[in-house]
Design a binder for this molecule. Structure first.
Ligand SMILES: NC(=O)c1ccc[n+]([C@@H]2O[C@H](COP(=O)([O-])OP(=O)(O)OC[C@H]3O[C@@H](n4cnc5c(N)ncnc54)[C@H](OP(=O)(O)O)[C@@H]3O)[C@@H](O)[C@H]2O)c1
Length: 332
């Protein structure tokens, strides 16, 4: 029997997703033994993971759904660490999933809120049962930044929480799902003593490993392709997917890591972002006009940087993103 060094066998939920694929890749490069959960083992969209699985004997793909507790128990059994990345990330605005009377709303409650909130609790319960030593939970700036009471001139730090009622009134159902999931995770941790560390990334861009287009990749793709008549000149907070994976590993490996960590690198207005892209890639179909809007929310990653986290320049992220979209035929 192969003896696994303590703390080296870990589980990554939703292993086929944009961020999770990079987490799996980073863990394998550091000789971790990884259980990666996917919903349908045979699905074509996990081809990149099957390739990693073949190349490295240290990856085992396991079928699991966030709403199927027993499948999570099997996936997490024997692991010292769990990276809970899986959660639905819709790429369009969704109708009210809390309304309950419409078919679409019920569907969205089942497809968005339940996997995020109940799914997270299922993962944490399975972790407690398996005596997992630390869970790194991937939350989001969506659980931080939707807070109208936060002073406008103050940079947001980890003490800031999105206001659930405000998420409801502004119909930000994704933000609601992440805010509820993260607050439930902390409640669970307080009650049970399970060691949880949360990473809250802003918009994640960068080289895609997976074949399907995830929601944050679509934001950049649309700026390159859609030729919008006009877009809002919003301030965008961007971080590279490889730097997010590094932050997640740091949160696992550093014993002193605790609480939540905002993970963001660059703040840039949409027009400046488009100008930057246009200077490198003039051939794409960029937005034509920019509408000024009031949106000066700023978040700080100081706490994560104090833990030792560093990030790469924005140009590198943009070039690597575009080159990977080109290679995948997404810009044809
Ligand atoms: N990308 C960003 O800008 C960003 C920013 C902040 C936070 N985040 C957070 O980072 C995490 C990953 O996001 P991503 O951008 O990598 O998105 P993604 O590529 O869409 O990945 C989402 C993953 O969640 C899995 N999933 C969804 N519902 C599930 C369920 N019921 N059971 C099991 N797995 C389920 C999906 O599995 P399938 O492959 O089976 O569909 C997929 O692997 C999410 O928690 C998201 O909230 C993302």
């Amino acid at each position: 029997m192969v003896m696994v060094e303590k703390g080296r066998k870990v589980c990554v939920t939703g292993a086929g997703g944009f961020i999770a694929s990079w987490v799996v890749k980073l863990l394998l490069s550091k000789d971790y033994l990884v259980h990666g959960t996917v919903r349908h083992l045979e699905d074509e969209k996990y081809a990149h993971l099957h390739k990693m699985e073949k190349e490295s004997k240290n990856l085992k793909l396991v079928k699991a759904d966030l709403l199927d507790y027993d499948s999570l128990v099997s996936a997490i059994d024997g692991c010292s660490g769990v990276f809970h990345v899986a959660s639905p990330v819709p790429s369009t605005t969704v109708p009210n999933p809390e309304a309950g009377n419409l078919f679409t709303s019920r569907l969205l409650r089942v497809e968005l809120l339940e996997p995020a909130v109940k799914g997270t609790l299922n993962v944490l319960k399975a972790c407690l049962e398996a005596k997992v030593e630390r869970v790194v939970y991937i939350s989001s700036s969506a659980a931080v930044a939707l807070n109208p009471s936060w002073p406008k001139d103050r940079v947001m730090d980890e003490t800031c929480w999105s206001d659930k009622e405000y998420c409801r009134t502004t119909k930000n159902w994704y933000c609601l799902s992440k805010t509820e999931a993260e607050s439930e995770a902390w409640e669970f941790s307080r009650k049970t003593g399970l060691d949880v560390v949360a990473i809250c990334p802003t918009v994640v861009l960068g080289l895609i490993l997976q074949s399907n287009v995830n929601a944050s990749t679509l934001i950049l793709l649309k700026l390159l392709k859609e030729g919008y008549e006009s877009v809002e000149n919003k301030l965008r907070m961007i971080v590279d997917v490889r730097d997010v994976a590094e932050a997640i590993l740091l949160a696992y490996e550093k014993p002193e890591a605790e609480g939540r960590y905002i993970c963001t690198a660059h703040s840039i207005k949409t027009k400046d972002l488009v100008d930057k892209l246009r200077s490198i890639y003039p051939q794409y179909n960029y937005p034509m006009n920019f509408i000024e809007v009031e949106n000066e929310t700023r978040l700080s990653s100081e706490k994560l940087q104090r833990l030792g986290w560093r990030y790469r320049p924005l140009e590198e992220t943009l070039i690597d993103s575009v080159e990977s979209y080109r290679a995948a035929g997404l810009l044809d």
